[in-house]
Design a protein around this ligand. Structure first.
Ligand code: SAH
Length: 342
């Protein structure tokens, strides 16, 4: 039997190469992209500007995978959480965050997470598998179909995007493709705990997407305590890679900093943070810890936040304070969880 391929895992370039190999015109790839991603048609029979023979070839070799929407919850603040079932029965979550004119989609990249950060629910049940390119793209297509305009995409859902590097890169290439969705590269952001070689690879690929680093402490001991997986990627080296990235891309890198009460919110932490990021074109995103029954941490006090903020302000470090969104439906940062079939 022929091995059927999931068409939404193909970049335009891959599709062009394949069609050329089979002696079909290269521009068929543009037309197929146009059907799938602009007209949103998922049926080869309806792709009437392709030859009948080509449609037959596609039908015999490709299929359209689907995410099944199991549940859609809306938070009091307008945040929505979508629970999707994959073809093999595993489940992932995708979050939509409307905020004024901005509508941000937060996509997952893995079923579960290997990295077990000590504040994030996604790692608790462990890791099952990487999401396929099509499963990343379909999160966008499925949500867009229901709500319309999405202005920003962040790779900040379940999983570590740079640990599923090839599929994440391919999904970005598909999102950016002018013959398809044509999503602006600067409106896409990848968040990572800091896998250094992959940050370097990302820079070499010149995708133009934004980079966000989950920093959480300027102290390498505290950082590796909170994120044991970062032991392999020392903080000083990470900062070098980030500097190189920022210099190359010429736009600010974001450092995410979860504020946890009595842990990383002292005056000294703020001063150390200032020193660490000095000279880097960056922005700090302060995220008050979202409490969860799985961990004993507490959200920071208002006073802790104020003191921390004032130091950054005084030292002229640009920062934002993230409002927790969707807490009531467990859609906030660090609250997403995959469910495994078995
Ligand atoms: N693995 C990637 C992407 C997923 S995490 C990464 O580490 O960046 C997305 C963001 O949510 C990260 O900054 C993460 O540190 C943050 N986060 C995780 N748990 C959180 C919690 N309980 N409260 C607030 N933010 C949390």
């Amino acid at each position: 039997m022929l091995q059927m391929e999931d068409i939404k895992s193909y970049t335009l370039k891959e599709l062009e190469d394949l069609l050329r190999e089979k002696a079909y015109p290269k521009f068929y790839a543009h037309q197929i992209f146009n059907w799938i991603y602009k007209k949103r048609v998922e049926n080869f029979d309806l792709m009437t500007n392709l030859s009948k023979e080509a449609r037959g070839f596609l039908k015999n070799n490709f299929y359209f995978s689907h995410l099944k929407l199991i549940e859609r919850e809306t938070s009091e603040d307008g945040t929505e959480k979508f629970l999707f079932e994959l073809d093999d029965g595993h489940r992932i979550e995708t979050v939509l965050i409307p905020e004024g004119k901005r509508v941000t989609l937060c996509v997952s990249t893995q079923v579960g997470c290997k990295f077990k950060c000590r504040f994030c629910v996604s790692g608790i049940s462990g890791f099952k598998r990487n999401l396929r390119t099509s499963e990343i793209i379909s999160q966008y297509l499925e949500v867009a179909k229901r709500i319309g305009r999405i202005t920003n995409i962040v790779f900040m859902g379940i999983g570590e995007p740079l640990d599923n590097f090839d599929n994440v890169v391919k999904s970005i290439e598909i999102l950016k493709e002018p013959h398809g969705i044509y999503f602006g590269r600067r409106r896409i952001c990848i968040s990572t705990l800091g896998i250094i070689p992959k940050i370097e690879k990302l820079r070499e690929l010149n995708l133009g997407v934004k980079l966000s680093i989950s920093l959480h402490s300027p102290d390498s001991k505290v950082r590796t305590f909170l994120m044991p997986a970062t032991k392999k990627y020392p903080l000083q080296e990470l900062m070098k890679a980030v500097k190189a990235f920022a210099k190359y891309e010429r736009y600010p890198i974001t450092f995410e900093y979860i504020m946890i009460r009595n842990l990383n919110t002292k005056k000294e932490d703020a001063l150390k943070l200032v020193k660490l990021v000095k000279g880097i074109n960056c922005k700090i995103n302060l995220i008050p810890y979202n409490p969860s029954p799985y961990f004993e941490w507490k959200a920071p006090s208002i006073q802790e936040i104020e003191v921390f903020k004032n130091i950054l302000k005084k030292c002229k470090i640009f920062f934002t304070l993230r409002k927790p969104r969707g807490e009531d439906i467990k859609a906030a940062c660090g609250q997403l969880k995959a469910t495994f079939k078995d």
